[in-house]
Ligand binder design. Structure first.
Ligand code: 6PG
Length: 235
């Protein structure tokens, strides 16, 4: 039975760092989010004494750029986490954006299939997601074909609905919803409307985050009071 919790916290980064640390202690597959919100959580968890050698890091999405590009989520993760981890490093599965969005999506899909083999859908042990002000998540934007993809594991998004306006590679909804634990990290008043759209009652394809309903996995939304300010009484 999947559980869903929406938890307002003062310290989103600290709460997220605790979840990441717990997943690292368990070992397994962790998919990181892009954007800016996760940065503080990465820096916090990098300070903990953890053995990352049993962890494989994946990306929910990335921009179809090289690993040194300013818009690269991998670069953000390298600077905020990987370069700060002391001791054994995790295995990192980077989306190779420098190949171009279609080739990068195909390459990432091959890597996912190799890791999970005949087990079927890749099942992340922990999947971190952010929320855009337009209620997109990963690089799944309202009205884009990628949102309706149910066969492929990773696809290109040529025209993202939000800056940076570079093409992307994203995990598809079936993979996101296959995760054992999905944790959203959300902060700031600019996300309040998106939060109300994403975590109300009914799923709404114009608010892609509302389609994140892991089953049998669990959903945890970690958000601050500003981001929760337009939620109903449920939060
Ligand atoms: C990306 C992210 C995207 C992000 C949201 C929130 O590649 O940009 O995957 O889904 O999580 O846009 O971004 P912020 O945390 O920067 O607000």
């Amino acid at each position: 039975m999947s559980a869903r919790a929406i938890t307002v916290v003062d310290d989103v980064a600290g709460a997220a760092a605790e979840r990441i640390a717990a997943a690292v202690r368990d070992g397994g597959h962790i998919a990181l989010s892009g954007g800016s919100t996760p940065r503080a959580a990465h820096e916090r968890v990098a300070r903990e004494e953890l053995d990352w050698s049993h962890t494989q890091l994946w990306f929910g999405d990335d921009r179809a750029v090289g690993p040194q590009h300013e818009h690269s989520n991998y670069l953000m993760v390298r600077r905020s986490l990987l370069d700060r981890i002391r001791g054994a490093q995790p295995e990192v599965h980077r989306i190779k954006g420098e190949l171009g969005h279609d080739a990068a999506a195909a390459d990432y899909e091959r890597e996912l299939k190799t890791a999970w083999g005949a087990e079927g859908l890749p099942r992340m042990d922990l999947l971190l997601l952010g929320l855009g002000p337009d209620a997109h998540t990963a690089s799944l934007f309202g009205g884009d074909d990628a949102l309706g993809e149910r066969e492929r594991l990773a696809v290109a998004v040529v025209n993202p609905g939000m800056a940076p306006l570079v093409s992307r590679v994203t995990l598809t909804l079936p993979v996101l919803n296959a995760a054992r634990e999905v944790v959203f990290l959300i902060s700031g008043e600019d996300k309040a409307e998106a939060v109300a759209r994403a975590f109300g009652d009914a799923p709404d394809p114009s608010a892609p985050a509302s389609l994140i309903r892991p089953d049998p996995g669990n959903l945890l939304v970690l958000l601050d009071a500003s981001a929760a300010s337009l939620m109903g009484n449920g939060a």
